[in-house]
Design a protein around this ligand. Structure first.
Ligand code: ATP
Ligand code: LTN
Length: 336
């Protein structure tokens, strides 16, 4: 294939922590599946990122395979796209060190995700949590990714990745592609069902704050019915004054495809209860096919391992090329 025919590269990843939920689907996974044909895609289960906070080893192992299955169940095709586990390709850790030596403490201290997550860690904050954005930059720059589809919370991490790439290129000549972020048009920031002022998060200790992709239909209905609502009574999109109902409108619109103005007019004069019932049905319908495919895939352990083996081999070959170039550029002598 000539350069002009080559598809642009797309890369994204999710850390195997907590339970994959509808925010991850709407903010990230769905765009991945949609963009898959137009881009040369790499989708990573970023387990090195997961251990920046404590994890139970057996659970981490199980969750890596669960997440892989959910990637596939959401429509990722492992033949078209390269799907792999981050720790299987050591070049990620190696490049993270090289990039870390070109990243400033001041830049990392400004990361809001670090500030938020470190607050929850008590006294012993793992230094990996501080270094996290550098590892993410390594994931992206290692494959020359042009596009990175993520939710809104990753905006700052994409900016620092671009800054590191540009700094590196200025020092050593063009080595890295400077990536662009891609955010979905609706639903880039889905909020918690129990606190609509903070983002829905798959590691939230309260499982009622999110709808997991593997929640049973009645669990989903219960969570949406009990989701906090605002003091008003109208179904109206007003994120400032009615954050809870606006969030439910976003979830409905993102999963049903119906526009927010159309939902507002259809629910004029009706109460929150009717609206919540419909939101619940939309969510149940959206996750049902994912759950069915997940169940079929999850029992085939050998099949999943084969996909990961193939993905790691393909990723490794590509990563080596850029890593070797970076090492040459910084002045390391080649191994003979
Ligand atoms: P954790 O709570 O375990 O830190 P998380 O729920 O924030 O995880 P990540 O692994 O950090 O999920 O993110 C995976 C992808 O899902 C990212 O692209 C992220 O931007 C997106 N995402 C996460 N939460 C939301 C949300 N509430 N709305 C939209 N997109 C989201
Ligand atoms: N930090 C991201 C997960 C992540 C990622 C990546 C996303 C790690 N490496 C590379 C896109 C590209 C998050 O969502 N918390």
């Amino acid at each position: 294939m000539s350069d002009s025919e080559r598809k642009p590269v797309l890369l994204s990843g999710i850390q195997p922590s907590g339970n994959l939920m509808i925010g991850n689907l709407i903010g990230a996974l769905r765009s991945w599946a949609e963009l898959q044909d137009r881009y040369d895609c790499l989708f990573v289960v970023v387990d090195l990122h997961a251990i920046t906070v404590p994890q139970e080893p057996a659970e981490l192992r199980r969750r890596c395979l669960d997440f892989l299955c959910l990637y596939l169940a959401c429509g990722i095709d492992p033949v078209k796209s390269t799907v792999f586990v981050q720790s299987h390709v050591p070049a990620h850790s190696e490049l993270a060190w090289l990039l870390g030596c070109h990243t400033y403490m001041g830049e990392l201290s400004r990361m809001t995700q670090f500030k938020d997550k470190s607050k929850k860690q008590g006294e012993n904050i793992r230094s990996g949590l501080f270094f996290y954005p550098v590892l993410m930059a390594a994931d992206i720059l290692l494959y020359g990714a042009d596009l990175v589809p993520v939710g809104d919370d990753q905006r700052q991490h994409l900016e620092i990745t671009r800054d590191i790439a540009q700094r590196f290129n200025q020092l050593y000549g063009d080595v890295f592609t400077v990536p662009e972020a891609y955010f979905p048009k609706v639903g880039a920031r889905i909020m918690s069902l129990t606190d609509p002022t903070s983002k829905m998060s798959k590691s939230d200790e309260n499982p009622r704050s999110y709808v997991a992709l593997l929640d049973a239909p009645d669990v989903i209905r219960g969570k949406i019915r009990r989701a906090v609502t605002d003091s008003g009574t109208e179904v109206r999109f007003a994120p400032e004054s009615q954050p809870a109902i606006s969030n439910l409108l976003q979830i409905h619109a993102a999963l049903s495809g119906e526009s927010i103005p159309s939902l507002e007019s259809r629910f004029t004069g009706k109460g929150y209860a009717d609206f919540k019932e419909e939101v619940a049905e939309v969510v149940v319908r959206a996750v049902a096919p994912i759950q069915e495919r997940y169940r079929q895939l999850r029992t085939d352990k050998a099949g999943l391992e084969a996909i990961l083996g193939d993905g790691a081999a393909r990723a490794e070959r590509r990563a080596r090329r850029i890593l070797d170039k970076v090492k040459r550029k910084v002045g390391f002598i080649p191994r003979t």
